[in-house]
Structures are given as C-alpha cells and as structure tokens.
Design a binder for this molecule. Structure first.
Ligand code: A2P
Length: 273
C-alpha cells in the first residue's frame, strides 16, 4: 500500500496521497483522514486555504501512526505570498496542524511575489523546518524562472492532471529536471463524468478494478503521485488498492488518449484569486 518514491533530496514520498480539498473542516475531515490512516495511507495533502488543517492535525494526533511514518504536505496561500508573510503563514499552518515540521511545503499558486516566498522557504528549509519544499500550479515558464535563481531544486510540482487533461508535456519537463509531479483532481474532479467512461470501466473489468483504480494505476505507471480525494469510506479504501495489478502499454495509451485539452481548474498563467 505504501509504495514510496525518492524525491530529489532523497526524502521518500508515498506514491498515493490522500487529498482533502473541499472536505469540510470538523468531523468530516477528521473522519476521512482517520479512515485513510486506518486503510494504510501514509501521505496526507492539505493546504492553508482548505481551512481544514486543524482537523487533519486532530486525526493525526488521535491515530497511532508514528509521525516519522507519515508524510504531511501543506501549502502557502496566495494572499500570504502577496503580503510577504511566508514565515508567519508557515508557522500558523504548523500550529493548526499541531506539528513541529511538515514533510513538504508548497507555494500553492504562482501569485505575485512568489520569488520572495521561495527565498523565504529556502531559509526555512535550511533551518530544517520542513523536509522538502516545492511548488504547485507552476507552468514551464514559472519553473524556468525559478530554476535560474534557486539554490534548492524544488522537490515537487503539484499540477492538475487527469485522463481528460494529462498535462503530459509539463510532467515530462519536470521529470527531466528531477522534479516529482503530484496530480490534483486525478479523478477528474467533481461534476465530471470521467469515471463512468465505458473504456475505463472495460479496462477495470479485466482486472476486477473500478474506473477510479484504473486511473490511479495509470498515474503510478507514469511516475506521477496522485492525490485522490473522497469522503466515502469504500472509495477511500478502493483508491489505495492499486498496487496489485498492471496496465499494459495499449491500455496506458488509451487512457492518455482521453485528453480533451481542457482544464477543470484555473490556468496558472491567468488566475484571479
Ligand atoms: P466523494 O468525496 O463524494 O467520494 P478528484 O479528482 O478531485 O480527486 O475528485 C474525485 C471526485 O470523485 C470526488 O468528488 C470524489 O467524491 C469522487 N471519488 C473519489 N474516489 C472515487 C471512487 N473510487 N469512485 C467514484 N468516485 C470517487
């Protein structure tokens, strides 16, 4: 269940992470994270803007999983980037989580001032306040600018990626620079009908798996770290049971061919939040 891959600083990251975007703060988040930990997830992905860090922290505190066995990510929000509050915002996230370090801290979006935020994060990283630093929603242009000026290679770029928007060129660029890629909305997000696609259902039937499991397996075989979200225990359980089958090359290609070129989320070069 906890197959790990090495980040570029040798920190190990479990290749399936549990995402909590749009999971309600309070019992809904506490229950979902508790269920995930019971099912064997060891990687939780939250963010300051999700508003549920305290509930994530509560579930972690109440579980009997050792902190050292857990991989926890949170993210610096855009307003804090614009207000030059990186170090304060980081400490506030730690306080809400009830942790004394996180495994990965990400710039959530390339908001105005991200270059200064990255400089502040490099200082925190040098002090050992987090085990790795990275970015999210950075396109090739942002990464190119970052790589020109940084002393620390970002460990991760977390981007939108699913069969309808694989984002494969950006992923290949990142992998070429030894930057790991995490996929948000790996199942196509809310409101889509990706998971009822008959082609995915047919592939799943061959292996006794659901369409969601097929999509997550496609990510694993592309070397991507998917962050599936669910508040339903049967789905939470399903989404980590993806290490016991293998898609063949034609299945991998078929899934990649579902590309519509259309994002679900915002364009990182043109967002207004
Ligand atoms: P729910 O929380 O109600 O289960 P994303 O692509 O952003 O991870 O979104 C996945 C969406 O699909 C969520 O709305 C989630 O809703 C739902 N979902 C998650 N896992 C599964 C699954 N195994 N089967 C069907 N739907 C799923």
């Amino acid at each position: 269940e906890n197959h790990c891959i090495a980040l570029n600083n040798d920190v190990m990251i479990p290749q399936i992470g549990f995402g909590v975007f749009q999971v309600e703060d309070g019992p809904q988040t506490v229950d979902a994270v508790r269920t995930a930990l019971e099912d064997g997830y060891r990687h939780i992905d939250t963010a300051s803007v999700y508003g549920n860090e305290a509930s994530v922290g509560k579930a972690i505190a109440e579980s009997d999983v050792d902190r050292a066995d857990l991989f926890v990510t949170t993210k610096l929000w855009n307003d804090d980037i614009r207000k030059r509050r990186t170090k304060d915002a980081f400490q506030e996230s730690l306080d809400r989580l009830g942790l004394d370090y996180v495994d990965l801290y990400l710039i959530h979006w390339p908001a105005e001032g991200w270059q200064e935020a990255w400089a502040a994060m490099q200082e925190l990283y040098a002090q050992g306040r987090m085990r790795a630093i990275g970015v999210s929603n950075f396109e090739r242009n942002h990464l190119t600018e970052l790589l020109e000026q940084t002393d620390v290679l970002p460990a991760v770029d977390q981007v939108e990626s699913s069969p309808t928007f694989p984002n494969q060129d950006l992923i290949d660029f990142c992998h070429g620079k030894d930057i790991a890629v995490e996929a948000w909305s790996p199942l196509g997000g809310t409101g889509g009908n990706l998971l009822t696609d008959q082609r995915l259902l047919d592939i799943g039937e061959k292996y006794g798996k659901s369409s969601a499991q097929v999509v997550l397996r496609w990510d694993l075989q592309r070397g991507v770290i998917p962050l599936p979200k669910s508040v339903h225990s049967t789905r939470i359980m399903q989404n980590i049971h993806v290490f016991d089958f293998e898609l063949d090359e034609s299945e991998m290609q078929l899934i990649s061919s579902l590309d519509t070129g259309k994002r679900n989320g915002a364009d990182p070069n043109n967002f207004d939040f």
